[in-house]
Design a protein around this ligand. Structure first.
Ligand code: GDP
Ligand code: IMO
Ligand code: MG
Length: 423
């Protein structure tokens, strides 16, 4: 049986959590494949808003098992908080939550190192979520990391101490002004590790292999977005994992040939949180309206998200790198009332007009070239069927489909599970 994949095509926060929740009824297993609690995935139903960071977005459905894959990095402290939040709701969530033994652990000192590294960069900082993501993936590729499976070994606390001591020396090396009480952070950490240990640890690649053999349906859930990919994103202003389709193979142990549908999610405009280039960023009332109406504040850090017009050059690139087979357009409702819409179709790059994403998209090299389109006035948020969509929105969708050469199968018209139109 094939595996489907769902991922963000921009700089994150496209609405992945919402759509995974909507699609979960069709799947037996939802599996997160990369990232960590830098992610904030929002789901809304029955008037309640849930934000998940590590736990996959299928958790509220009875039918599905939710798996945290080997490519994910887990902070036990944040994970425990997520479980505590879930315990307010009906159901035994821990029963259908499985953790890969090969997932790496974020230690308190990884978080401190993230903060020290950012402080040392000054103005050039990445704008990281300060969740310890970069240092944890560095220890993974540096072959120093501690994995979930290590928690089942007797000597894991010695391994922990050796790594934490090394981290403390590294923090000193940064020579930045940082106050912290490691003993206090460790007390929280070790308490949370005990909670994590109460969950089922599995050899997840074997589990997924057997699931495929018995015809189970699997949806792989991505975090962040393609432009934050460590290889293909706007480096160095990226995260530390492969957020693109290939990340699902390494992050779950799924063979490339087993992947069937690749669902690519994008907003009808663009947002970015943190530092880094953003060619279509707006500093005028259009951008301000997107941020206000779209409630564009980071689900993990609460920081305001930068807003701008849709960038087709970047979107085409993401569709290409991921091999997207179906598109999902989110937050069209936010643009209701805009007298005009702009879509960036090319860049003026060092004096030339180009239609592909170049090596460097810093503002001094790139000026976006726009096509202007008519906006729509209608409130979309109560619409439930394609036949109700205004003509100007249909024109916008039709134009994007033609340019991207991939059908837009879902149009999302609000944050709630029910505000989802299938085409
Ligand atoms: P994710 O990280 O990709 O899961 O996205 P986030 O949850 O960080 O950010 C998406 C935000 O937009 C959340 O607050 C969602 O509730 C909200 N949202 C999702 N789809 C829609 C939509 O179609 N319209 C509106 N207005 N809000 C949406
Ligand atoms: P979801 O899954 C948006 C951004 C940070 C920063 C850069 C590096 O909710 O879409 P990191 O903490 O990973 O070292 O930060 O990446 N970033 C995100 N932006 N959505 C996310 O996740 C993000 N995860 C990281 O703001 O610019
Ligand atoms: Mg998010």
């Amino acid at each position: 049986m094939a595996v489907d994949l769902l991922l963000g095509l921009q700089w994150g926060d496209e609405g992945k959590g919402k759509i995974v929740d909507v699609l979960t009824k069709n799947y037996d297993i939802i599996a997160r494949f990369q990232g960590g609690p830098n992610a904030g995935h929002t789901l809304e139903f029955d008037g309640i808003k849930h934000v998940l960071h590590t736990i996959p977005s299928g958790i509220f459905h009875e039918n599905a098992v939710n798996l945290v894959g080997n490519g994910v990095v887990i902070d036990p402290v944040i994970f425990k908080k997520e479980l505590d939040n879930l315990s307010k709701f009906e159901g035994d969530f821990t029963k259908k939550l499985l953790i890969s033994r090969k997932a790496h652990l974020i230690l308190p000192t990884h978080r401190l190192l993230d903060a020290a590294s950012e402080a040392s960069k000054g103005k050039a900082k990445i704008g990281s979520t300060l969740k310890g993501i970069g240092p944890t993936y560095m220890d993974k590729t540096g072959r120093n990391g501690i994995r979930v499976g290590d928690l089942e070994m007797k000597n894991w606390s010695e391994k922990y101490r050796a790594l934490a001591n090394k981290h403390e020396a590294m923090i000193d090396f940064y020579d930045v002004d940082m106050q912290y009480d490691l003993a206090e952070l460790e007390a929280d950490f070790f308490e949370a590790v005990e909670v994590l240990k109460s969950l089922q640890f599995i050899d997840s690649e074997e589990y997924l292999h057997q699931a495929q053999r018995s015809n189970k349906t699997i949806l792989a859930e991505g975090a962040q977005g393609s432009l934050l990919d460590i290889d293909f994103g706007t480096y160095p202003f990226v995260t530390s994992s492969n957020t693109t389709a290939a990340g699902a193979c390494t992050g779950l142990g799924v063979a490339p040939g087993k992947i069937k549908e690749v669902f690519g999610i994008f907003k009808a405009y663009t947002t970015r949180v943190g530092s880094g280039p953003f060619p279509t960023e707006l500093f005028d009332s259009y951008g301000e309206t997107m941020g206000r109406v779209g409630n564009e504040f980071g689900a993990t850090t609460g920081r305001p998200r930068r807003c701008g017009w849709l960038d087709l050059v970047a979107l085409k690139y993401a569709v290409q790198v991921n091999g997207v087979t179906q598109l999902m357009m989110m937050k069209g409702d936010v643009l209701s009332g805009f007298d005009k819409l702009k879509v960036c179709t090319a860049y003026k790059y060092k004096g030339e007009i180009i239609e592909h994403l170049p090596y460097n998209i810093e503002a001094e090299n790139v000026t976006p070239i726009y096509t202007e389109m008519k906006g729509w006035k209608e409130d979309l948020t109560k619409m439930t069927d394609v036949s109700q969509l205004p003509e100007a929105l249909n024109n916008y969708i039709g134009y994007l489909e033609k340019e991207l050469e991939v059908p837009i199968k879902i149009v999302s018209v609000g944050p709630d599970r029910t505000q989802t139109i299938h085409r």
